[in-house]
Write a protein that binds this ligand. Sequence first.
Ligand SMILES: Cc1cc2nc3c(=O)[nH]c(=O)nc-3n(C[C@H](O)[C@H](O)[C@H](O)COP(=O)(O)OP(=O)(O)OC[C@H]3O[C@@H](n4cnc5c(N)ncnc54)[C@H](O)[C@@H]3O)c2cc1C
Length: 392
Amino acid sequence: MQRRDFLRTTGATLALGAMASGCASAPRAVATATAPTDYDPLPPLAPIRARPDRLIAISVCTRPFRAQGPRIEAEKLGRKTVVHHYGHGGSGWSLSWGSARLALREVLATQVAEVGVIGCGAIGLTTALLAQRAGLKVTIYARERPPDVRSSRATGVWSPDSRYCTAEHATPDAVARWETMARESFRTYQTLLGLPGDPIEWRDGYALGDEPFNGGHGEGDGEPVYANLLPLIRSLWPRGQDIPPGAHPFPVPYVRRYTTMVYNLSSYSRLLIEDFERGGGRIETREFERPAELEKLPEKTLVNCTGYGARALFGDDSIVPVRGQIGRLIPQPEVNYGLSYGSLFVVPRRDGIVVQTGAPGDYGNADATPNHAESEAAVRQLAALMAKMRRA
Ligand SMILES: Cc1cc2nc3c(=O)[nH]c(=O)nc-3n(C[C@H](O)[C@H](O)[C@H](O)COP(=O)(O)OP(=O)(O)OC[C@H]3O[C@@H](n4cnc5c(N)ncnc54)[C@H](O)[C@@H]3O)c2cc1C
């Protein structure tokens, strides 16, 4: 996800962003925030040690975006049935459980006792687990597994409509399908709270602005207009709270507190793999260059969860890569809040404080080479913000 998508999730898009993109929409943030007098007092906020030499990892991932939304449908391949399940854009983690449930329906319709899942990212792992829980014998075949899959390089927040589909493709059926997925995923995630290693948790964060929030809906340069789906489920999680000047330590006039789900991807991926293996599942390292190679697998029904890999494997040019980069600072357990300001977006994960920025030209860009200067500049911007924060 990028900060723009996140601000929409939290209902705090800035007036400036909407005006710059030329596509301002209804003032959703105003509608979804509490009154300025109705907020919980702020706890002390530990300073983030934002120094470029504390960056321990910089990674790039390509979101597998399809204008029409994810592909979830069965296709005959020789004597096999392949259930395609890929193309989740910037919302793969967030939608995974609900999406997997839809894919499982297609699998169960083939009436097999064994299924092969191709891919071991967010989508493959959740699909495999649900198939296993439905009583099937499941084998995952994948070139990479966590932490080497693209899913492991995500930001790790609840972002269910981030680059899901374009506004043009948001037909009533597509929207209803998204809502089903989002609600089912949200429900499942609430069953994963409070576990050892905190794979999933709720965290507060602060959206900072030099101008008032207006809930505008801005797209990045060169990106299509995405479907605005969040209002359908916005009542599931807490509204933002405007914090008045003087009641917060930030050096900006406008501050809105948000509360969001965070995925601690290291412990969460490990949990998914361990659950799968404990349930008798097997993961085999395999790479497929052509669909015909899938025909040699023993299972009659296969689920294609190859994400961006489906573009090469199945020649699906409808998948557009949307590049994104994150840096991780050494974890600071005392830092329990996130931030967003300008192009800067910070998430307090247990496996490191994620520092993310967006860059022009990400849409259609499949270059996975990390740009160190970009992450270092973001960390310096965060350091400048920390230096200006009022300390009690
Ligand atoms: C910077 C960034 C931040 C993001 N942040 C968030 C976020 O905060 N929240 C959120 O919900 N989403 C986020 N996303 C989106 C999310 O990461 C993706 O939607 C998700 O990772 C897609 O998962 P996947 O399982 O389909 O693909 P992948 O993780 O790419 O998994 C594909 C699997 O298929 C295998 N495979 C591929 N091709 C082959 C082949 N030919 N042969 C054998 N195996 C193959 C791979 O090895 C891998 O195991 C973010 C994306 C980016 C880029």
